[in-house]
Design a protein around this ligand. Sequence first.
Ligand SMILES: [Zn+2]
Length: 289
Amino acid sequence: MKWVKHHEIFLFLISLFMIFFSLWPFASGAEKKMVVNLVHKYLDINFVVQEEQKVQSKPEEPHTVEEQKITVFVYHNVRPFFLGETKEQDLYDITPENFEQQLIYLRDNGYHVISPNDLFVDKTTGKVVTDVTKPVMITFDDGWKSQYEYAFPLLKKYNFKALFYIYIDPVGAPAFLSWSQIKEMRDAGMTMGSHTMSHPLLKKLSDSDLHREVFESKRILEKKLGIVIKDFATPYGYSDDRISSVARDAGYRTLRTLFKGSYHDNLLSLKGYLVRDGMNEFISILNSN
Ligand SMILES: [Zn+2]
């Protein structure tokens, strides 16, 4: 009896699969893109969680007194909680209310939100510094549409500038930013950076594929937006010497990872913290040494 049940489920799944693929040729480009993105998003988010947790679990290196603390926050989706949200989405999403609370906290506690242009290397110590006190950088990964819908209006409300790392392939797909939204944010003073072409785990790529992901994404963003792209963030937050030297060759000035920490030895290896819902973790990151 049990076997029959499994057998029936199997046949049902096979039929669904066959119906799906017999309809596939008739689906419009937008529909195909949507399905591909849904699958991609599901696979991606699980992979992101695994890889980013590996990167973030690395202990922070000790820092010296000459270093300046510069906290870099990393956001993904900013959107209201929805029913059916997966555990990973819950982990990666932050609600607009929470995001606003965090911006208010920064404003009310004397933090200065800076852009990567405010970063430089101290000639004596060789460390990354800025001219302002209590510096914080707000960054967004992947180019999710929710960043335009929910985060951008709040950034404008509090007059904060942020850095958006875009990866090229899904631009214009349903869940992602369109070029016109990216341009509107650029015109409002937001910084645009590259997050590769296809969001691969860079350490696994051949030299030529790595080169393409890093160089080509910069070229396309520059052509589409008419600005020089100087900032790069690695997918999944991982980086190493090979990756940072390709980024340097491509002409990037900064590279952001997800290695934990707020003291930066190198503009091509900036550290960053993922932000989740709630204020406690956010405040403890700001207060950590
Ligand atoms: Zn990413």
